[in-house]
Design a protein around this ligand. Structure first.
Ligand SMILES: CC(=O)SCCNC(=O)CCNC(=O)[C@H](O)C(C)(C)COP(=O)(O)OP(=O)(O)OC[C@H]1O[C@@H](n2cnc3c(N)ncnc32)[C@H](O)[C@@H]1OP(=O)(O)O
Ligand SMILES: CC(C)C(=O)C(=O)O
Ligand SMILES: [Mg+2]
Length: 528
C-alpha cells in the first residue's frame, strides 16, 4: 500500500484480532474471528491484522480463512524477524487479494539489551533481512520498530530508513508500552519526517498503547504531524490497558474536522453494533462511561442538561447518536433530573397530567430517586397511574408500619394509618407471614375484611433495588376489585395495594350514599 492520493485520508488499520486478542480473556476461535472480520469489513476499515500466524495452528487457520473469505480490506499477518514466522505469515495471507506481512523487531536499548540480546548493528541487519524476506512473498510489507517511543531518535531514524530501503511500504511507529505523551510523540514523528530519506514515499503509521490513558491523544498528536495510518482496536481492547480505540479516534477526527481536516473510510453508523458484537464474542463488557460506545455516552441525568437537551440538543451533545448507530439519546431519570425531563417522559409514556398532578408525581419521583440509583419507565408509569387513579381524597393513608418475620418467630405487624379526618389509627396483628400480618392489621384498623382471591408480587424494574409491584385482587359481595402498588419494599407495596381496595370500597360506599358508621362504613363492618 502506498500513501493515499488524498493527503488528508487516514488509513484505519484494525488490530482487534491480533493485538486486541492479546487482552487476557479475549482469545477468539476461528468462527468468532471470522464474524468480527466481516463486521470490520462492513465498518470500512482499510487493513485487518487478522492474527500472528506462527502463534498457533488455530491462529494460522483464522488468518488463512479471513484472507480467503473477507474481501475488500488488506489482510495482514504479523511476524517476528525470523524466517519461520515470516514464511508462516506469508502462507496464511497469500489467498487474500490484498495480502500484507507485518514484521517487527524491537529497537529500544532496554529491549535490545535485555530481551533480544542483540547489538544495534544486529538489530538493523535482522530488520533488513526480515523486510526483504517478506518482500519476497508480498509487495505490501509493514515494518514496526517495537518500543519506538523509547528508542534513541537517531537510531530509530537509521532503522526506519534501512527498512524503507529494504522495501517496507508502511512504517509503523509503536509506543509499545504506552510511555509517550502527546508532545513527545509528536516530536518523534516530526523528527522522522525531517530525517528519514524516503519517509514521504511510504505510509507513516502509529500504534499506541493506553498505559497512561493517552493512546488516543498520542495518536491524534502523531496525525497532526503527518502520520496517515492509525493502528487501533474496537473498544480499545489490547495488551494490558489496551490500544487506541478505533471508535474514539475516528469520531475525534470526524467531530473535529475543523481542526484536523482529516477523513477516514469508516462507516460510523456501524461503530456501535461492531462494539457490541465484539463484547458479545469476547465476553468483555464495555465500561458504562466509555467514550463513544459506553452506555452512558449519550445518556443525560442532570436536570439542567436534560432541559438544555430538550430545547436544543447541541447544548450538551457534540455528536449525534444516530451517526454511530445508537438509536437515540437517553434522558435517564434520577435524583438529579428536573420537571422538564419528567414531563417529557410522562407525555412519551402516554399520560396527560395537569400541572398539579405533575408536581405531585415530581415530588414522589424525587423521593423515589433518593432511594434508587435509577428510576425506570415502569417506575414513572406506576407513579403516574397512582396519581391519576388516586387523586381524589382517600379515606385511609398508610403512615407507617413495621413487621417481624423469620424462622422460629411469629409473623406480626403493627400498622399506623391516617384517617381523612386527621385522626391516627393504629393496630397490630399476627399472620401467616409478614404480608398476611399487615393485611390483618389493616383489616382491624379499618374494620374491614377483604377476601383476597389473588395476590402476586413481581419486580417491575431491574436490579436488587428494583421496584416491586404488588397485585391484590379481592372479592367483595361477588364484585371483583383489584389494585396494584409499587415500592422498593414489597411488603409496603402489598399494604398499599390492599389499602387501595379498602379506599375504593369506601368511596364506592360514599358514592352510593350509604351512610358510614362512626368509624368505618357500615358495609365494611366484618361479617362473622
Ligand atoms: C509488542 C507486541 O505485541 S509483539 C507480539 C506479541 N504477541 C505474542 O507474543 C503472541 C503470540 N506469541 C506466541 O505465541 C509465542 O510467544 C511465540 C510462538 C511467538 C514464540 O514462542 P517461543 O518460541 O516459545 O518464544 P517466547 O515467546 O518464549 O520468547 C520469545 C522469543 O522471541 C524473540 N523475539 C521477540 N521478538 C522478536 C522479534 N521481533 N524478532 C525476532 N525474535 C524476537 C525473543 O527474544 C525470544 O527469543 P529467545 O527464545 O531466543 O530468547
Ligand atoms: C507488534 C507491534 C506493532 C506492537 O503491537 C507493539 O509494538 O505494541
Ligand atoms: Mg501493540
Amino acid at each position: 500500500m502506498t500513501p493515499s492520493t488524498d493527503p488528508n485520508r487516514v488509513l484505519i488499520f484494525d488490530t482487534t484480532l491480533r493485538d486486541g486478542e492479546q487482552s487476557p480473556g479475549c482469545s477468539m476461535n476461528l468462527n468468532e474471528k471470522l464474524e468480527i472480520a466481516h463486521a470490520l469489513k462492513d465498518l470500512g476499515v482499510d487493513v485487518i491484522e487478522a492474527g500472528f500466524p506462527i502463534a498457533s495452528p488455530g491462529d494460522f487457520e483464522s488468518v488463512q480463512e479471513i484472507a480467503r473469505q473477507v474481501h475488500g480490506p488488506v489482510i495482514c499477518g504479523l511476524a517476528r524477524c525470523n524466517p519461520a514466522d515470516i514464511d508462516r505469515a506469508a502462507e496464511a495471507v497469500k489467498e487474500s487479494s490484498r495480502p500484507r506481512v507485518h514484521v517487527f523487531l524491537a529497537t529500544s536499548a532496554i529491549h535490545r539489551e535485555f530481551k533480544l540480546r542483540m547489538t544495534p548493528e544486529e538489530v538493523v541487519r535482522r530488520a533488513v533481512e526480515g523486510v526483504k524476506r517478506a518482500k519476497g512473498y508480498v509487495d505490501d510489507v509493514e515494518f514496526s520498530p517495537e518500543d519506538a517511543a523509547r528508542t534513541e531518535l537517531n537510531f530509530l531514524s537509521e532503522v526506519v530508513e534501512k527498512a524503507i530501503e529494504a522495501g517496507a511500504t508502511t512504517l509503523n511507529i509503536p509506543d509499545t508500552v504506552g510511555y509517550a505523551v502527546p508532545t513527545h510523540y509528536a516530536n518523534v514523528i516530526r523528527h522522522l519526517k525531517k530525517t528519514v530519506r524516503g519517509i514521504d514515499d511510504v505510509v507513516l503509521s502509529v500504534h499506541c498503547h493506553n498505559d497512561l490513558g493517552l493512546a488516543v491523544a498520542n495518536t491524534l498528536a502523531a496525525l497532526h504531524e503527518g502520520a496517515r495510518q492509525v493502528e487501533c482496536t474496537i473498544n480499545g481492547i489490547g495488551e494490558r490497558a489496551g490500544n487506541t480505540a478505533l471508535e474514539e479516534v475516528v469520531m475525534a477526527l470526524r467531530t473535529r474536522q475543523d481542526f484536523y481536516g482529516l477523513t477516514t473510510g469508516i462507516n460510523t453508523r456501524f461503530l456501535f453494533s461492531t462494539s457490541r458484537k465484539l463484547s458479545h464474542v469476547t465476553g468483555m463488557q464495555v465500561q458504562r462511561n466509555k467514550a463513544i460506545v459506553g452506555q452512558n455516552a449519550f445518556a443525560h441525568e442532570a436536570g439542567i442538561h436534560q432541559d438544555g437537551m430538550l430545547k436544543e440538543r447541541s447544548t450538551y451533545e457534540i455528536m449525534r447518536p444516530e451517526d454511530l448507530g445508537i438509536p437515540k439519546t437517553e434522558l435517564v431519570l434520577g435524583k438529579h433530573s428536573g420537571r422538564h425531563a419528567l414531563r417529557q417522559r410522562i407525555v412519551d409514556l402516554g399520560y396527560h397530567l395537569t400541572d398539579d398532578q405533575l408536581n405531585k408525581v415530581f415530588d414522589a419521583f424525587k423521593a423515589l430517586a433518593d432511594r434508587k440509583k435509577e428510576v425506570y419507565d415502569a417506575d414513572i408509569e406506576a407513579l403516574a397511574e397512582n396519581q391519576l387513579h388516586n387523586s381524589s381524597q382517600k379515606m385511609w393513608t398508610l403512615q407507617a408500619f413495621t413487621c417481624n418475620a423469620g424462622t422460629g418467630t411469629l409473623p406480626s405487624a403493627a400498622v399506623c394509618l391516617w384517617r381523612s379526618d386527621g385522626t391516627i389509627c393504629k393496630d397490630a396483628a399476627v399472620g401467616d407471614g409478614p404480608v398476611d400480618a399487615v393485611f390483618k392489621a389493616l383489616d382491624r384498623i379499618t374494620g374491614t375484611h377483604i377476601h383476597v382471591v389473588d395476590y402476586r408480587i413481581r419486580a417491575v424494574t431491574i436490579g436488587t433495588d428494583a421496584q416491586g409491584e404488588a397485585y391484590v385482587e379481592a372479592d367483595h359481595g361477588g364484585r371483583r376489585m383489584s389494585a396494584r402498588a409499587v415500592s422498593t419494599d414489597i411488603v409496603e407495596a402489598s399494604a398499599m395495594a390492599y389499602l387501595e381496595i379498602i379506599n375504593r370500597l369506601v368511596s364506592r360506599q360514599t358514592r352510593d350514599r350509604l351512610k358510614p358508621t362512626d368509624h368505618v362504613p357500615q358495609e365494611l363492618v366484618p361479617a362473622n
